[in-house]
Write a protein that binds this ligand. Structure first.
Ligand code: GLC
Length: 730
């Protein structure tokens, strides 16, 4: 045994071809049972040692105890016939111990560098505890804020999704997977999971091939090309075909078209769930379909380990398919250096968890992720107030502040806004409500009286962590409990009111905006959310965050996203609203455009929106050459001026519209962004260079081309602003 491992161990940093040779050598020694054992992923720890000793566990998830992991690894490496190490995995979604803002908040930074840094911190901490594979980044395009899992992704835009996904893959995997601080990324959930009808998790999706290619594939293709080591199939079915059994997706697209050679794992029992979908007769049938569709590893359906040998014997799965799957699994294990270093230094994590530089990175990310939605009378920053009221159920909620999928973050390390604000102000603390769903208003009088004694009030509201994330869809997006009433109560005191929302999704907060002067939106900001928000409230930092998702007036407007098609009767401002309809009105078509009688058209805040304590003036964009060849580059410049009194960072966004296409095109699409920091009064000429090839799309003939014609571009601080400038592609 030891000899086999030693012989193999030297290959972790050898060129790929030597690893392929070692994989083939090992494969040639394996029995079918041992091969199927590698395809089996189980949730658990030391109690799996007996199964591991039989070589029947390829990977485990959900154990983060180094001693337990070493015990089960020892069984695999020293007791099984071939000693193949187990690949240890975990959902490290936005930090391991040091929790960063949820991914939707990280997307709001529009700062790939800080996101990559966060992923690197997560990898350093997670690998110290033995985790070498994370099920992240989640790349699902968001289409509906009722879907609780918008918290885990980068929002509604494919371009932003690409930037954030690639940054996370780079951060997790580093430059060399065999580096002990590197962990394999897992791009998920392939594909279209965020298009669940009604925003209800696990629901059907109806996505055309063209929409898949133009909207849902880009981030998966870009992260695959960036070297993502693994991919996870999604729970949903697309037009009746569950992704876990979809050969077109897992072979034709992933392998044949993209040439990706990573490892494919199912989602939790997503193979077994094909029975419930009505796609499989029984568990054995699911294993046949999943393996033949291109799945390599089965997460927790037990179908592979129970039936694949039988299916091979019956000729329903070829051993060639099995070898393909096992080759992908073994290749990853060699690349990670597991044969050389299968065990964990059980003292390592204490040296890196919550390191000061990790906490500083998490704080900076939380600062950049906060979005200033309103600031009437420039109430923020509260740089003159001495005594402030701090109230609301999210002001001192160390666990909730970490947000969803923060498994291994320890709330004892969370610094809450209450704790941080106490360092800056004389704080009167009156919670008002105990938790976000609390409806008990008995303490409101105390809050109102406290507000009267303060110079200003800061109200922390939002969602408990559990209210977003997997399986947690909501049909109503208003603040839960009596939170809106609490804000209104505080407003009665007539003092400046700042509301801070900590949530896992865009909530419908229009009525709350009416009852406050300023609102900062902070998607669950993580361990250092308190110090970050205190710095922003005090004015030590200036908000720069921008919305990665459209904010709705009402959940009934969903799905609504900025990069929509125009339709044949777009809203044109002539719409008749409910209150304007005469009583007993005769039969007529009012408005005749695409809108709602009761909530009109258009969102509360558009994608890309976010204010600053300063203000910015955008000069009209100037295109160097307004007639371009298809192999050309669009060079467009504009002057950006900081017209306020704070040094501040603006995220300038470049949007493009293809005005006429062989198929209709979105009204606009984000094609670039730049973070520009300017001193008060400073002006700078900013240039975007956009290859015309970036305007390609999948057209009427299902070809990926740039079609010649008229285009329009905008450069602005959000997706609804800016003066358009036209150009032509010849
Ligand atoms: C869950 C999620 C997936 C996660 C996996 C393992 O059901 O859908 O995102 O990585 O199971 O926890």
């Amino acid at each position: 045994m030891a000899g086999a491992i030693a012989a193999l161990a030297s290959c972790a940093t050898e060129p790929q071809s030597d690893i392929d040779k070692k994989v083939d050598d090992l494969l040639s020694q394996m029995t079918l049972r041992e091969k199927v054992g590698q395809m089996n992923q189980l949730s658990g720890g030391a109690w799996l040692a007996e199964t591991a000793a039989k070589g029947e566990v390829g990977s485990i998830l959900n154990c983060v105890d180094p001693a337990e992991l070493n015990a089960v690894q020892k069984a695999a490496v020293e007791e099984s016939r071939l000693g193949i190490p187990i690949l240890i995995s975990r959902d490290v979604i936005h930090g391991f111990r040091t929790i960063f803002p949820i991914p939707l908040g990280q997307a709001a930074t529009f700062d790939p560098a800080i996101v990559e840094k966060g992923a690197r911190v997560a990898a350093v901490e997670a690998t110290a505890s033995g985790i070498r594979w994370t099920f992240s980044p989640m790349l699902d395009i968001a289409r509906d804020p009722r879907w609780g899992r918008v918290a885990e992704g980068a929002g509604e835009d494919p371009y932003l999704d690409v930037q954030m996904g690639v940054a996370m893959v780079k951060g997790y995997q580093g430059d060399d997977l065999s580096d002990p601080t590197s962990m394999a990324a897992c791009i998920k959930h392939f594909v279209g999971y965020g298009a669940a009808e009604g925003g209800r998790d696990y629901n059907s999706t109806m996505i055309s091939e063209r929409s898949l290619r133009n909207t849902y594939f880009p981030a998966f293709k870009a992260t695959a090309e960036a070297g993502a080591a693994t991919l996870m199939t999604s729970f949903n079915e697309i037009d009746g075909i569950p992704s876990t059994g979809n050969k077109w997706l897992l072979k034709n697209i992933l392998r044949d078209e993209w040439g990706w050679d990573g490892m494919v794992v199912t989602d939790w029992n997503s193979a077994g769930e094909m029975i419930a979908h009505g796609f499989s007769r029984d568990l054995k049938h699911t294993a046949e379909q999943a393996v033949n569709a291109g799945v390599d590893m089965d997460m927790m359906s037990y179908g592979f380990i129970q039936y694949v040998e039988e299916l091979v014997a019956e000729g329903k799965i070829s051993e060639k398919e099995i070898d393909r799957a096992v080759r992908n699994i073994l290749k990853l294990k060699f690349e990670l250096g597991l044969f050389e270093n299968p065990y964990i230094d059980e003292s390592a994590s204490a040296k890196v968890d919550y390191a000061p530089k990790h906490l500083e990175a998490a704080k900076q990310c939380a600062i950049e992720s906060a979005i200033l939605l309103q600031n009437k009378r420039n109430v923020l920053p509260l740089d003159k107030a001495r005594t402030i009221l701090v109230t609301g159920p999210l002001a001192d909620a160390p666990y909730e502040q970490m947000g969803t999928w923060a498994f291994d973050g320890q709330k004892e390390h969370t610094v809450t806004p209450l704790a941080a604000l106490r360092e800056e102000y004389d704080v009167i603390w009156e919670p008002g409500l105990k938790y976000s769903r609390d409806k008990d208003t008995k303490d409101f009088a105390k809050v109102r009286n406290a507000a009267a004694r303060a110079d200003a009030a800061v109200v922390f509201v939002g969602e408990e962590a559990i209210l977003s994330g997997e399986a947690h869809s909501l049909s109503n997006l208003n603040l839960q409990g009596a939170q809106s009433e609490l804000i209104a109560e505080v407003a009665k005191a007539g003092k400046p009111v700042v509301v801070v929302v900590m949530a896992g999704r865009p909530l419908t907060i229009e009525r709350d905006l009416a009852n406050c002067d300023a609102m900062l939106y902070s998607f669950h900001p993580g361990t250092m959310g308190g110090p970050a928000l205190a710095d922003l409230i005090k004015g030590k930092a200036v908000p720069s965050g921008k919305l990665p998702m459209t904010f709705l007036r009402d959940a009934g407007q969903a799905p609504f996203y900025y990069n929509h098609n125009n339709g044949g009767r777009p809203c044109n401002g002539t719409e008749t609203l409910l209150e304007d309809i005469p009583i007993a009105a005769g039969q007529t078509s009012l408005g005749c455009t695409s809108y709602y009688l009761d909530s009109g058209y258009g969102p509360l805040f558009p994608f890309g929106y976010g204010l600053s304590y300063s203000s910015f003036e955008y000069g009209r964009p100037v295109i160097e050459n307004a007639e371009l060849e298809r192999d050309g580059t669009i060079r467009v410049s504009f002057d950006l001026k900081n017209t306020g009194r704070y040094e501040a960072t603006e995220v300038a966004q470049l949007y493009v519209q293809d005005k006429v296409g062989s198929v209709v095109r979105p009204v606009k699409e984000l094609k670039g962004f730049q973070r520009v920091t300017l001193a008060p009064g400073e002006s700078k000429t900013v240039t975007f260079e956009l290859p015309v090839s970036d305007l390609a799309f999948w057209n009427i003939d299902m070809e990926y081309v740039v079609e010649p014609g008229d285009f329009r571009l905008w450069i602005a601080g959000d997706s609804a602003s800016g003066e358009p400038v036209d150009f032509i592609v010849k």
